[in-house]
Ligand binder design. Structure first.
Ligand code: ASP
Length: 430
């Protein structure tokens, strides 16, 4: 590596700052020779996202199979599974409680005068119905039903990660149960596939600065800055709550439960966090998250391959927090005082739906519509937060990904791994 070459996360950060400036400057219309810059950003951003998504199925399947086959026995699998789910449920609950506290303290929806006029509930109801229409709690149930897919190829084709994870867990488990000669071939095949997918991830990551630039410039060109006016307090409440979870709660867990330096972990995760921020999709970021956790944070493949794919699908701290703040904000904007019991219901629904929603952009909106319906508020309220949703989506996705990675580190440490976040990470190259 030439001495002047900047580390990848710095390259991505610079791309991100440039993208904000360029996005603001060019807006949606400006262009050259009849082609708008906006269309170019859109095209390049999509190419980058496609490349990331291309990796997901083979990467998840091979990494889980290799990881579980290497665990050697159901005791280990059960223990690791128990710890993983325990960590995920606990941190999501912490996140929701931070959100609940902040939204009750700051009360961003409580205003002097008629809230409806101030917030102008002028949502394009038709468009709204399209985004969230017809969603109710049966959608959450359906997500859990799909956990056991009827057709594993279909699950892969439709990106139903839970189904794919379930199948891969079984496959990996039984590799260690079949005859030695078959088992060796199977393991070798999937180990090779996993190595190859990591190499392809490496390659795609070289283009991350370009992809991030395009995605962020497009978002900024779309959103502009005007939308923030009346929603500034809501926006700040979410950012503050996400910040507390990201900079206080999770680092405290890393330090006290994992016994590692949070600062070192932030630096190890730089590229993944910035990619999560730019793509607003924890699924699309998964390949990069795995690479950072394994190569920079030094977590074994055995832990990474089990904890992270599951985390990208079910553990969404930022999403859970956001759902809670958004639902209560909308209730406040409608001038409602929610009782303790209703707030408790919101907390529980936020926890459950955050497990059920997919790691894709704007997935929270569907979950929020379920919560609103459950507490008897009109869906129109979602129109209120649409204007600022995208930027908050980017932030909460980064929190989602960071929490997954903290889970991998803490679980690895509890399994006695000694290589995790050592002072000089051996192979830090991203
Ligand atoms: N975009 C989020 C993610 O992928 C999900 C959401 O909160 O909308 O993690």
């Amino acid at each position: 590596m030439p001495p002047f070459k900047l580390k990848l996360h710095w390259q991505i950060l610079i791309a991100l700052v440039l993208a904000i400036l360029v996005g603001l400057a060019v807006g949606r219309e400006a262009g050259l020779f009849g082609v708008s810059f906006y269309a170019i950003f859109d095209f390049v951003g999509k190419l980058f996202l496609n490349a990331l998504k291309m990796l997901i199925v083979p990467l998840i399947v091979s990494s889980i199979i290799v990881g579980v086959a290497g665990l050697g026995g159901s005791d280990n699998l059960g223990r690791l599974g128990g710890k993983t789910l325990g960590y995920y449920a606990t941190t999501s609950l912490f996140a929701i409680l931070v959100g609940l506290l902040m939204v009750n303290l700051i009360q961003p929806g409580v205003v002097n005068g008629d809230p409806k006029e101030i917030f102008g509930f002028h949502a394009d109801v038709a468009a709204l119905e399209e985004t969230v229409g017809g969603k109710d709690s049966s959608d959450v149930v359906a997500v859990f039903l799909r956990m056991i897919p009827t057709n594993v190829v279909e699950a892969a084709a439709q990106g139903q990660m839970l189904g794919l994870i379930f199948f891969s867990l079984l496959y990996g488990f039984f590799i260690s149960r079949i005859s030695e000669s078959y088992g060796r071939v199977q393991r070798g095949f999937f180990e090779g596939m996993f190595e190859i997918m990591m190499r392809v991830t490496d390659l795609i990551m070289r283009f991350a600065p370009l992809g991030v630039f395009a995605l962020v410039a497009k978002t900024v060109a779309d959103t502009g800055l005007e939308a923030f006016g009346p929603l500034a307090l809501f926006f700040s409440t979410v950012v503050l709550a996400l910040g507390i979870h990201f900079f206080v709660v999770l680092p405290l867990l890393l330090y006290f439960v994992g016994g590692v330096s949070p600062l070192r972990h932030y630096s190890a995760m730089g590229a993944a966090l910035l990619t999560a921020f730019s793509t607003a999709s924890s699924s699309a970021t998964l390949p990069i998250t795995m690479e950072c956790v394994e190569k920079n944070a030094g977590v074994s493949n055995r832990t990474t391959s089990f904890v992270l794919p599951l985390g990208a699908t079910v553990n969404m701290d930022g999403t859970a927090l956001y759902e809670c703040v958004a639902a209560l904000f909308i209730a406040q904007a409608y001038g409602l005082e929610l009782t303790f019991a209703t707030q408790f219901l919101v907390v529980m629904l936020a926890l459950l739906t955050s497990i059920g929603v997919a790691g894709i952009p704007a997935a929270s909106l569907v979950a929020i519509s379920i919560i609103l319906a459950a507490i008897g508020l009109p869906l129109e309220g979602i129109g209120l937060i649409l204007a600022v949703d995208r930027i908050l989506d980017m932030l909460r996705t980064a929190v989602n990904v960071f929490s997954d990675s903290c889970g991998a580190v803490i679980i690895a440490r509890s399994e006695g791994e000694t290589n995790v976040l050592r002072p000089e990470p051996s192979a830090a190259h991203v």
